[in-house]
Design a protein around this ligand. Structure first.
Ligand SMILES: [Zn+2]
Length: 675
């Protein structure tokens, strides 16, 4: 293999990343990583230069290489590459776990930190070392040998449970479908949804239409289809997946996995010296303790509840009056809400899209970034990419100096993974006279250009673009030289959505939207009246949506705290009695498909979305108070928050930017609940 695969300063050579090169590259990466760790363990004296820097260098190189492989695997669906990626991923987890549990390496890092000279190093150097020592400790390295072995066994079982939980949800989702031969049963479904149902049927060799539990199918049925019984069947099948209830009761049941996961999370938290799994989770977050989060959620629930009650009363009255639905059932909520929205805010999604051809949106997006941060994006033609539809931009400052790089891939296409996300592409790295400039991947899945029809974006698409841009800026503006705490690396999980949600709010400014708009036929920019209709619908059912988020967040925390028992249904019932304005039926099984918490990394952390939204809402107000597109505010946000990464606590960065702690009132304003 060529050295450039493991070069953290060069841009990734995508065209050279064949499945064979990936496997060979992984072999070499592991050999070099392990050899480096071996060498570091035996080398004396162990100083910042001889111990820390080589470790940091090899880990950054490994991350950059593997980040490129993972990115490529998400961009092109190719079976050999997928196999090489899956095998590599397993090896990566294995080798990093082994290194993070090396008592020798841990002892050397602790000794480095405890030397008197260490106090004289820069705050960034100290923060990076402290950060990695904490990582080691949370991997159980500091435990006595018997406990360390127990930690490893519990960890392995938790990983297996998490995979099995996710698989059961996937299998339960795939196992249910309903074959429809009379299109009248699907009356109300939009054309695009009918195409989807027909394609699903054809996939199974069936005539007609197939309703499934895939998200687009469920959402189309519950939102649009007039047949109430069909809505009820889909709701029941969806709400009882992988549980002891519903049409497949007991077949994929996650009940025992939930119980065992909770038990093991308690054990591992106790091994590491925490009172509860919540305290273990909060050890790496901005929130100080469970009480602080619970108080925040309950206070917010109290404020949102009157809005939610009013929204529910309006919806019930509308459903009875206009739809003949006297008592609203849970499978009526989306359907009735959609009708109410259409009646109240008379504008059509496709009417709005005609104003936002992607080329113009990108022009307005660049102008926004230049206005806020003084950067310009220059497209480069000579960069190795994975698709002719991807773009690479040099991010150039006002002096014309290239500061960083941004990969952008905006449109859906066959073989590309769905969704929108940001990922680091390259760290900022100072290596003697060479300085590696940070780079990021920005991925979306907007409607592609078809034949000669331009790609038109929705307002939701524009919010997504700005959201992911916020994450990218965090990476691109970093001034931190230590990769483990630069960009988004190491930032507290409950603060990481600050830049993204803050940038999203610019999509609610008329001037910003005007700059992104040019009607695809008339060339006109967005008219004020249409913007006002959009604005009027912004807070539609915000109270209900907010209460639902709080309900899930409280459930996650209280279940892991364990004070009101281990039975998820009982804990959820208690939470709902406290905050919900609508009670799902007793047979509904939310926890059994709660993959964020049981097959993901959100355990005792689901509240993070709302927590970071307070920071984002108040941060955005700083811009609004200064006239919105304000360079001085942009520069301050960049210098105090984005550039700092995890080199200091997120709360300190926010305070340095805003001059005070975040004000929760700003979140009420962001949600239209300030009155
Ligand atoms: Zn995000």
């Amino acid at each position: 293999m060529t050295l450039s695969l493991l070069d953290p300063i060069a841009l990734p050579p995508f065209s050279a990343l064949t499945p064979q090169a990936v496997t060979l590259g992984m072999d070499e990466a592991i050999v070099r990583y392990e050899a480096t760790v071996e060498m570091l363990i035996s080398k004396r004296p162990a100083t910042f230069e001889t111990l820390w820097l080589p470790l940091e260098r090899i880990e950054a190189a490994f991350d950059t290489f593997w980040g490129a492989v993972s990115h490529l695997n998400a961009m092109v669906n190719q079976p050999e590459l997928r196999a090489a990626h899956a095998a590599g991923e397993a090896r990566l987890v294995e080798v990093t776990t082994r290194v993070r549990q090396s008592p020798e390496l841990y002892a050397l890092l602790v000794a480095l930190r405890d030397k008197p000279e260490f106090a004289k190093r820069s705050p960034e150097d100290r923060a990076a070392v402290e950060h990695v020592i904490r990582d080691f400790e949370l991997s159980g390295v500091a435990l006595a040998p018997a406990q360390r072995a127990r930690y490893a066994a519990v960890s392995a079982e938790l990983t297996a449970l998490s995979t099995a939980f996710g698989d059961a949800v996937l299998d339960a989702t795939d196992a249910w479908s309903e074959h429809v031969t009379d299109p009248g049963l699907l009356a109300g479904a939009p054309e695009a949804a009918m195409v989807g149902f027909a394609a699903a049927a054809k996939d199974k060799g069936l005539e007609g239409w197939l309703v499934t539990l895939q998200q687009p199918s469920v959402s189309a049925i519950l939102t649009f289809v007039e047949n109430r019984d069909l809505r009820a069947r889909v709701y029941e099948a969806m709400g009882t997946r992988a549980s002891d209830q519903g049409p497949h009761a007991g077949r994929f049941d996650n009940s025992a996995r939930i119980a065992r996961t909770l038990e093991l999370r308690r054990e591992i938290a106790a091994l590491l010296g925490f009172d509860t799994p919540v305290a273990w989770s909060l050890a790496t977050k901005m929130a100080v303790n469970a009480q602080e989060v619970l108080d925040f959620l309950r206070d917010f629930a109290g404020r949102a509840k009157p809005y939610a009650e009013r929204e529910m009363a309006e919806l019930s009255a509308f459903a009875a009056r206009e739809l003949g639905l006297d008592a609203l059932e849970p499978w009526d909520l989306s359907f009735a809400s959609n009708r109410l929205r259409a009646e109240r805010y008379a504008f059509e999604e496709h009417e709005l899209r005609a104003y936002f051809p992607v080329e113009q949106v990108i022009t307005g997006w660049k102008a926004l970034l230049e206005g806020l941060y003084g950067i310009r994006l220059h497209e480069r033609e000579d960069v190795d990419l994975w698709s002719p539809h991807a773009t690479y931009f040099d991010v150039v400052d006002e002096a014309g100096v290239v500061q960083s790089g941004l990969y952008v891939d905006l449109h859906a296409r066959a073989g590309k993974r769905g969704g929108a996300w940001m990922a680091p592409a390259r760290p900022r790295l100072a290596d003697g006279s060479l300085v590696g400039k940070p780079a990021a991947y920005l991925t979306c899945n907007f409607a592609p250009k078809l034949d000669d029809k331009p790609s038109l974006l929705s307002h939701g698409d524009i919010k997504v673009l700005l959201h992911e841009t916020g994450h990218c800026l965090h990476q691109l503006f970093t001034q931190v030289d230590r990769p483990v705490i630069a960009g988004i690396s190491g930032v507290e999980w409950d603060a990481i959505e600050l830049p993204s949600q803050l940038m999203e709010d610019f999509a609610w400014d008329f001037e910003v939207l005007r700059g992104m708009s040019r009607h695809v036929e008339t060339g006109e920019s967005l008219p004020r009246e249409l913007f006002e209709s959009l604005q009027a619908a912004r807070y539609f059912q915000e109270g209900l949506g907010t209460l639902r988020q709080i309900e899930i967040s409280l459930f996650d925390l209280l279940l892991h705290q364990g004070q009101i028992g281990d039975d998820p249904a009982a804990v959820l019932a208690q939470v709902r009695a406290e905050v919900a304005v609508f009670q799902p039926p007793a047979w509904h099984r939310f926890a059994h498909a709660f993959t964020h918490v049981f097959a993901g990394s959100y355990a005792s952390g689901y509240y993070s979305y709302l927590w970071a939204e307070v920071l984002a809402a108040d941060g955005f107000k700083a811009f609004a108070e200064a006239g919105l597109i304000d360079r001085a505010t942009g520069d301050r946000f960049r210098a105090e928050v984005l550039a700092r990464g995890a080199s200091r606590p997120a709360a300190d960065s926010f305070r340095a930017f805003r001059g005070r702690d975040a004000d929760p009132q700003a979140l009420l304003e962001r949600k239209g609940m300030a009155a």
